[in-house]
Design a protein around this ligand. Structure first.
Ligand SMILES: *Cc1c(COP(=O)(O)O)cnc(C)c1O
Length: 245
């Protein structure tokens, strides 16, 4: 085992233990929460070590960086605990001119923030992965934070019928990026609001899936207490990123 594998394996066990504690505090089954290891700015050899250490779902926020990295990581899968290929999530904003590459590279596109983007992904998925609808999540800016992208709650409700009618995308659920806050507890209202929105929308739209992607290194236990089914964790697994990225 390499030093990277050992330290990432330890960090992963700590994160999974906090997820399990938070789930139990909320009366939830810890198995209902998936950990996406966010590998942005993490070099490919370290990502390979993470896969070998058991990370089965990986997240990147830039298509260009992912295009360089994913082919280098693919070869790590034979050593992974499960033997399965890692599933790649695109967690950052997607420009329309990169959508084709994104559909080629990623298994899940998390930050879909417009009907136009969903329709484009649908056309590309029909062409590039016929018969295998592309899983997507709709990003909601629940705090109406001008610094962030995503649908408004009213906007996602208005766009849902059209998005759900697209044949080649599968809307697995909602995603949000929490506010930058000093204390993790301050993120709780954002997470609770996304869960409430999901419950309300799912009561009206049968095609909307139950996934809630919310929570990062500083606040994922709070997100799990509030119902997260996917947490996106980078620094708590890989350490601090260089400040400039
Ligand atoms: C970077 C990033 C994360 C992970 O953040 P950490 O603080 O490193 O855990 C999660 N989600 C998105 C959208 C990100 O860009």
């Amino acid at each position: 085992m390499t030093a990277d594998e050992a330290s990432i394996g330890d960090a992963r066990r700590r994160v999974l233990a906090s997820i399990a504690d938070a789930a139990r505090r909320a009366g939830r089954d810890p198995a209902g929460v998936r950990l996406v290891a966010v590998t942005k700015q993490v070099p490919a050899d370290v990502v390979r070590a993470a896969v070998t250490a058991g990370c089965e779902e990986l997240g990147e926020n830039r298509v260009q960086e992912a295009a360089a990295k994913i082919p280098l990581v693919a070869g790590a899968t034979s050593g992974s605990a499960s033997g399965a290929a890692p599933r790649w999530h695109l967690i950052g904003p997607l420009q329309s001119n990169k959508a084709r590459r994104a559909v080629e590279l990623f298994d899940v596109v998390e930050a879909v923030d417009s009907l136009e983007l969903a329709a484009r992904l649908d056309r590309l998925a029909q062409e590039l992965r016929p018969g295998r609808p592309l899983p997507i999540l709709l990003e909601v800016n629940v705090d109406a934070d001008p610094a962030k992208s995503g649908f408004t709650p009213a906007g996602v409700e208005a766009a849902l019928p059209a998005i759900l009618s697209l044949p080649a995308v599968r809307v697995d659920g909602l995603m949000t990026v929490g506010r930058q806050v000093q204390a993790p507890e301050a993120a709780r209202p954002t997470f609770a609001a996304l869960r409430g929105l999901s419950q309300r929308l799912r009561a009206g739209f049968a095609g909307l899936g139950p996934e809630l992607s919310m929570g990062m290194s500083d606040d994922f236990p709070i997100a799990v207490e509030e119902g997260a089914t996917i947490v996106r964790v980078g620094r708590a697994l890989f350490g601090e990123r260089p400040a400039h990225g």
